[in-house]
Design a protein around this ligand. Structure first.
Ligand code: 6PG
Length: 225
């Protein structure tokens, strides 16, 4: 499935567009189904979008937050994806604890994946899955050359080339089981991975196949033309 490529001048424009898309999808989902389930991406790129999103007037009590992947580090470690999401978005919202589902990655990859699996199974399809793109084409913590059992929705990850080496990730099937997927890709370092994806090369990001084409928000530095 060919994604929809959306090209913006710079990372700030990508963040603004992302916040707008997420906000609109939330309103739409809440209007139709009364809730909005959002899978958050880690890494650094989404931080600006999360900050803008948090300033929107939204029915925050109807949102439910999940994570696409987590790094196996102690709770509240500044390198955890949940820490970034807390700092930029979640800690500023009027949420009840039951609305935020962190991956208990401090338990280690196997135990954390096992614990998160039933939650993911019972929460699908997600309304929106946000994802990033790594320089090697990875997305969430699904890395090139690492295969995972297809029947698992949440998988333990070892030897990740991006530190830390131990991680937990939603699997391709779980990330694809959504009503929409939104990739945020900025910076020149992503140019090769994006070029591979555009050429139709099988990279982890291209294996996320929701029922409708993913929206990819890219800045000119990553797009490279
Ligand atoms: C992580 C991520 C990972 C990330 C990409 C892009 O734990 O690091 O979830 O998949 O989204 O590597 O990261 P940046 O946005 O920092 O470039």
């Amino acid at each position: 499935m060919t994604p929809h490529w959306n090209i913006f001048a710079d990372p700030h424009e990508v963040a603004e567009a992302a916040a707008q898309v997420i906000g609109e999808m939330a309103r739409h989902a809440i209007e139709r189904r009364g809730v909005f389930s959002l899978v958050l991406a880690g890494g650094g790129t989404p931080a600006a979008a999360y900050r803008l999103l948090g300033r929107q007037p939204q029915e925050w009590g109807r949102w439910e937050f999940f994570f696409g992947d987590e790094r196996c580090l102690p709770p509240f470690h500044p390198e955890r994806n949940s820490f970034m999401a807390g700092e930029t978005l979640l800690d500023h919202l009027p949420l009840e604890p039951h609305q935020v589902h962190e991956i208990p990655a401090e338990l280690g990859p196997e135990a954390a994946a096992e614990k998160y699996e039933p939650l993911v199974r019972n929460s699908r399809p997600f309304d929106l899955v946000i994802l990033g793109l790594g320089e090697d084409g990875h997305t969430a913590s699904l890395f090139p050359g690492q295969e995972h059992p297809t029947e698992r929705l949440v998988v333990p990850v070892h030897d990740a080339p991006k530190p830390p080496p131990e991680r937990v990730s939603l699997n391709y099937n779980a990330l694809s089981n959504c009503r929409g997927a939104l990739f945020l890709v900025t910076g020149e370092s992503k140019r090769q991975a994006l070029a591979d994806w555009r050429r139709g090369k099988a990279i982890p990001a291209s294996r996320i196949q929701p029922p409708i084409p993913p929206e990819v928000l890219v800045d000119e530095a990553a797009w490279g033309e």
